[in-house]
Design a protein around this ligand. Sequence first.
Ligand code: SF4
Ligand code: SF4
Ligand code: SF4
Ligand code: FES
Length: 352
Amino acid sequence: MEKIRITIDGKEVFGERGQTIMEVARDNGIDIPHLCYHPKLSKTGACRLCLVRIDGRMLKTSCTEFAMDGMNVVTEDDGLKGIRRWLLGLLLLEGEHNCLYCDADGDCELQKYVKMYNVEKSDEDFPRNLREVDYVTSNAIKRNENRCILCSRCIRACKEVQVSNVWGFTERGSQTHLIADDDRRIGESSCVKCGACVQLCPTGALTFQPVLGTGLNWEFDKESSICIYCGVGCKIDFYKNKEGLLVKTRGNDDGPNKGHLCVKGRFGFDFVQSPKRLTKPLMKKDGQFVEVGWDEALDFVADRMKGIKDKGGPDAIAALSSAKCTNEENYLVQKLMRGVIGTNNVDHCARL
Ligand code: SF4
Ligand code: SF4
Ligand code: SF4
Ligand code: FES
């Protein structure tokens, strides 16, 4: 790759030919405000928040403009600040934004910039197009289009990451709005509930249905782990609320999944805290399950297996293991079957 040298805010930085100004800035630790840009998605240049001044004159969207050798870029001056304030003010004016009632409060890119640029909501009377609010048809996604800024990140996420093509825009100009499929409610659409659109939506227009409990975004603790559902081993960030309940997930960019998840990894974590989860062994006595100690339960299983082996030989016993166990536990299951019982009758659900 051919190296290029440009100046950003008076600092000389290096990039590669073919990179946009936004990408060169990002790689050099310079953050240019943006809403429609996301590094995982194609570029669209829709929101104009990333405007920069080039060579003292031109204003260009840094997310779409290629960096050229010798360019002199200014990412913020009084004029650019004014444009950003004006753009953010228009976005607020066009939508219905009450952060108090929004699940994205504290985790919203629009809110972050509105606070950063100290933008007040205008009390101008503006003919708003009230759009779809649908919190009920999908058990995965909540949708409030009055908070949508038409950045198209959800459309590109569904098309380019999940390749399901559910979202699209319809109508023109001030009537432009988002639709699922041929204008269906999200729960009745072809959505497969991967959650990529929600994860990449910069506002509270798309949010997750709570799985267990809720809380305030800034109070959540984050812990990263690996999904237990299949051998891909997607890396997931789990968020815990103040009561210690897992409340939501995000795909972690550092895993093999590169931030993407399927419906199981995204939403299938409620069992962790389910009160129905077995944590102690139960044995049936006189037709009733009763709690017993581990020694009694394991002795009982060992005696029964020995009896079956004595009567029918080792091949009368088989084990089916689970992708929900660790590799080490699965290794031990096959070791038990081959080394102790003496059979190769061992299989694993991930192969089915
Ligand atoms: S989308 Fe963002 S700015 Fe709008 S109400 Fe929600 S948190 Fe506030
Ligand atoms: S729903 Fe979210 S991601 Fe989609 S266009 Fe609206 S603001 Fe952007
Ligand atoms: S959840 Fe996944 S499949 Fe459903 S609309 Fe969003 S990106 Fe598309
Ligand atoms: S981030 Fe560049 S136009 Fe939206």
